[in-house]
Design a protein around this ligand. Structure first.
Ligand code: DGL
Length: 270
């Protein structure tokens, strides 16, 4: 079984890492990061839909099934269409962990950060409606975090990243909020930055920061078991990284983010 992962760039690695470390994902993993076209969240929606389908076709050409769309933006734009058109493929989608927050918000507010595309999509708005939390939720685009994550100097940009997060959070009294939902798979890379900024701006605030990686990983493992009919699969893990533009930065960032020294990783430009 070949398991596909797809993101506009490096963000989906946060989901892949969770699946490997905490859910013991094994097997041949094909991770496609579309570094040529990243970021998606601020681009024209029709253009983004077209390149999402092209990239999914690439993963299908490699023989991947299931495919994890480890990208909130791509999921909210295309998963319905992809499921209908490619009905033999099992697609695992990503959506902001709004339900986790809704189940535990104790009548406080919920702040959802995502890309500009994601916050406008029906998929998220319908979910908020369905959970009956419309009056408690604030949606906030935070696209610049995607650029920071893709930057070779990301690890040295702590101050700039914190300043950007501060410029976003300063407009909300977080003491009135129970959760910040990181609704883009790039954002969990900045979990510590969020903690630092919140401690500075709202020292007594007891807010939870949640993301969807755990839920997606559990869903993936469940689907793999069903597809394999409970038979045991491969016992090791090989990661094949497919990228769309030659870039040493991309490869270096993959290693920094995954930080899994014992796992074999190879790279292929598509
Ligand atoms: N990782 C992405 C997401 O979850 C995409 C970010 C982007 O390319 O703008 O939305």
């Amino acid at each position: 079984m070949k398991i596909g992962f797809f993101d506009s760039g490096l963000g989906g690695l946060t989901v892949l890492k969770e699946s490997i470390i905490n859910e013991n994902l094994k097997g041949e993993i094909y991770y496609l990061g579309d570094n040529k076209n990243t970021p998606y969240g601020i681009k024209d929606e029709e253009f983004v839909k077209k390149i999402i389908e092209e990239n999914i076709n690439t993963l299908m050409d490699y023989g991947c099934n299931p495919i994890v769309i480890a990208c909130n933006t791509a999921t909210s734009l295309s998963i319905k269409y992809l499921r209908e058109k490619y009905n033999k493929i099992v697609f695992i989608g990503t959506e902001p962990a709004v339900k986790v927050a809704a189940d535990n918000h104790m009548h406080k507010k919920i702040l959802v950060l995502a890309t500009s595309i994601t916050v406008k999509q029906e998929k998220l708005l319908n979910l908020i409606d369905k959970l009956n939390i419309k009056d408690c939720v604030e949606l906030l685009p935070a696209d610049k975090l995607v650029e920071f994550a893709e930057d070779i100097n990301c690890n040295k940009l702590g101050k700039e990243i914190n300043n950007y997060i501060e410029s976003l959070l300063i407009n909300y009294n977080l003491n009135e909020y129970s959760h910040i939902v990181l609704g883009c798979t790039h954002f969990p890379l900045f979990y510590d930055n969020f903690k630092e900024v919140i401690a500075k701006l709202y020292p007594n605030c007891n807010i939870s920061i949640v993301d969807g990686a755990k839920g997606i990983s559990l869903n993936l493992i469940k689907n793999i078991k069903e597809m394999n009919n409970e038979k045991s699969t491969q016992d090791d893990v090989n990661i094949h990284i497919i990228y769309t533009k030659e870039s040493e930065t991309f490869k270096i960032r993959v290693k920094q983010i995954l930080n899994l020294p014992k796992i074999n990783i190879d790279y292929k430009l598509h």
